[in-house]
Design a protein. Structure first.
Length: 411
């Protein structure tokens, strides 16, 4: 049934909502504990083994937090584990990636102008590549490089730059940046699952069995948590980037993504320093602003098929499925008449310099490639075109619905 597209879109929306909710919980907890750790102050009255304390006020009450550098002398009766936020964020993100970029891979994942890949090959690269970063990063953390934290972070940055470039050689712009975010998020969640939680379980087990926990386990967990703290903001940017063509629809998208990781470092350095000393270094905001100016400049270099290239090339199997329908011609002209003034390589609508969300609807290949989006945005709903731009008549919308209905019903 052709209305499965509506059901599938709602499933994607629901999973995205879950992903955002759990990501908020994870990021909030991560930022809070990093800030708490940096604000701890030593005091003479602290229990044996305690490292520092922090007094806070919130919601009409006062909170007194004490941190033990290794562990308390006895296992506390109530112990809260912070892990579900990370796991649920990654699992919901992975599910969303599969829904959008695997099921919808012919539209959102593959770019035939960059690499001639089958959907199966694209999915293999998509899923398989996410583990590469974790394996390389974990190997470095367990090597002698762990004794040189600055060099370790530089090497991690180098891996991210290489992956950013690599993704942009084979995937669509929006898929490339989204995958770089998923690549980084996989490292972060794997840190929690394979290092932070197991090391904390060792400490808890030692306490339960009357052994003195080794301080090294806490140090390992803290290093990984700190790395996660610096990677968080770039991941948020990359997750949002698919809504902004200026970020992904340029040949320099991979450089933009790389520079965003540097802004993550400068911003977090400001806040981490402020939490530790009470005053953050203002030079970090100057560097962040300069990086964003560079990013804005790079974003103006637009890429993609020219009109002539789109007209001349052979349609992909996905595009041919929609373009071969008898109802396609009428639907195509309905789209041209109502959408193409904005969704063009050079939009004619005043104030628009690039097609909204990078969606171009000029040639038959363009329209066929975005058939599902057109159906949902302008056929089944009145989301597009905006009512203050053009009043699209119901007959044009019906032509689009009839076109997709024909394809869904097999002609």
């Amino acid at each position: 049934m052709y209305d499965m597209a509506i059901l599938w879109d709602w499933i994607a929306f629901s999973v995205r909502w879950l992903h955002v909710i759990t990501a908020m919980a994870w990021i909030g907890a991560s930022f809070y504990f990093i800030a708490l750790d940096l604000m701890l102050k030593p005091a003479k009255h602290l229990p044996e083994g305690a490292y520092g304390e922090e007094w806070e006020v919130h919601g009409g009450g006062f909170y007194h937090t004490v941190k033990y550098l290794v562990a308390p002398s006895e296992m506390p009766e109530h112990l809260t584990w912070h892990k579900w936020q990370s796991y649920t964020t990654w699992l919901s993100g992975a599910a969303l990636l599969m829904i959008v970029y695997w099921v919808g891979g012919e539209l959102f994942l593959l770019d035939p102008t960059k690499a001639d890949l089958s959907l199966f090959q694209g999915i293999l690269i998509s899923g398989g590549s996410l583990t590469i970063g974790w394996l390389a990063y974990d190997f470095m953390c367990k090597s002698k490089l762990s004794e040189q934290p600055t060099l370790l972070m530089l090497l991690l940055f180098a891996i991210l730059v290489v992956m950013s470039w690599g993704y942009n050689q084979i995937f669509t712009g929006r898929a490339a940046l989204l995958h770089l975010g998923a690549f980084t998020a996989t490292i972060m969640t794997a840190n929690v699952f394979f290092q932070i939680m197991p090391n904390q379980r060792i400490v808890v087990d030692d306490l339960k069995n009357g052994r003195t926990p080794d301080a090294k386990y806490g140090k390992i967990a803290k290093v990984r948590s700190t790395h996660n703290n610096y990677l968080t903001l770039p991941v948020v940017f990359l997750m949002l980037s698919n809504h902004y063509p200026l970020a992904f629809a340029t040949e320099y998208a991979w450089i933009i993504a790389s520079l965003i990781f540097l802004t993550g470092v400068t911003i977090r350095h400001y806040f981490n320093t402020m939490h530790r000393t009470g005053k953050g270094p203002l030079w970090t905001w100057l560097i962040t602003a300069l990086l964003m100016v560079a990013i804005a400049w790079l974003s103006t270099a637009q890429t993609g098929e020219t009109y002539e290239e789109s007209e001349a090339r052979e349609l992909t199997a996905y595009e041919q499925k929609f373009a071969s329908a008898e109802a396609f011609e009428e639907a195509y002209y309905a789209v041209l008449g109502n959408c193409s003034m904005c969704h063009a390589r050079e939009p004619s609508w005043e104030g628009l310099h690039w097609a909204p969300k990078g969606v171009v609807l000029e040639t038959e290949a363009d329209v066929a490639r975005h058939a599902e989006q057109i159906y949902l945005q302008a056929g089944r709903t009145h989301a597009m075109p905006p009512p203050n731009a053009i009043e699209m008549d119901q007959e044009s919308r019906d032509l689009i619905v009839a076109w997709i209905k024909e394809v869904r019903n097999g002609g």
